[in-house]
Design a protein around this ligand. Structure first.
Ligand SMILES: CC(C)(COP(=O)(O)OP(=O)(O)OC[C@H]1O[C@@H](n2cnc3c(N)ncnc32)[C@H](O)[C@@H]1OP(=O)(O)O)[C@@H](O)C(=O)NCCC(=O)NCCS
Length: 173
């Protein structure tokens, strides 16, 4: 991985590669993001989700990386090379970030989001040297809560239908 961050970083886990989103990912991005179960939980994913949405997303992601405010990783299944979802860090105030992720429905309940999140936390807290990473999820989003708790985030509070989870660099160590 480059530490100067001139190039988009690449993260590797047992089953996954997390890398820059590229135009070749568009068909799979559209196939999996065009799902209400995804768009209902992810603020920047509209429904229905079509090719122009994916094209726009790639330029949004590239600009975010240039500004160092957004790291959206494509989640790639190593064994097939296929795009199956996204995991992201949205940087706030330089040292805090919001974590987000989604996985295509055919790949749910295989530990993919848990594995991707582990890599993202390491990247954010060790490479970017963030002080804190947090995530919010609907209180009924049990799968997301499990992903976050498995990765050491703590449930901080519930505000209406939204739960807030957080981990600090100190706790991560
Ligand atoms: C949330 C999401 C990313 C999880 O992805 P995933 O790869 O299936 O997650 P994992 O397999 O790593 O973990 C899911 C866990 O939730 C559990 N789970 C899934 N659905 C569940 C349900 N309805 N009730 C209870 N547990 C459930 C799984 O058994 C697993 O638990 P385990 O690891 O203890 O066995 C995926 O469901 C998704 O993309 N949802 C839509 C977008 C979204 O909600 N993103 C998060 C926004 S905060």
């Amino acid at each position: 991985m480059t530490t100067t961050m001139e190039q988009f970083p690449e993260l590797n886990t047992d089953r996954l590669k997390l890398r820059k989103l590229v135009p070749e990912d568009i068909p799979a991005l559209v196939r999996y993001a065009d799902n209400r179960k995804i768009s209902d939980n992810i603020i920047n994913i509209p429904y229905p989700y079509r090719e122009p949405d994916a094209v726009f997303r790639i330029s949004y992601v590239v600009q975010g990386f240039r500004k160092k405010t957004l790291y959206v990783f494509a989640i790639i299944l190593k064994k097939s090379g296929e795009f199956i979802g996204e995991a992201s860090l949205h940087i706030e105030n330089g040292n805090k970030a919001q974590l987000g992720y989604w996985v295509g429905e055919p790949f749910w309940n295989k530990g993919i989001a848990t594995e991707a999140t582990k890599a993202i936390l390491k990247f954010g807290l060790e490479e970017l040297n963030l002080h804190e990473i947090y995530a919010t999820a609907h209180i009924r989003n049990i799968a997301s809560e499990k992903v976050l708790l498995h990765n050491g985030l703590k449930k901080e509070n519930v505000n209406g239908n939204v739960a807030l989870y957080r981990i600090t660099k100190q706790e991560y160590k």
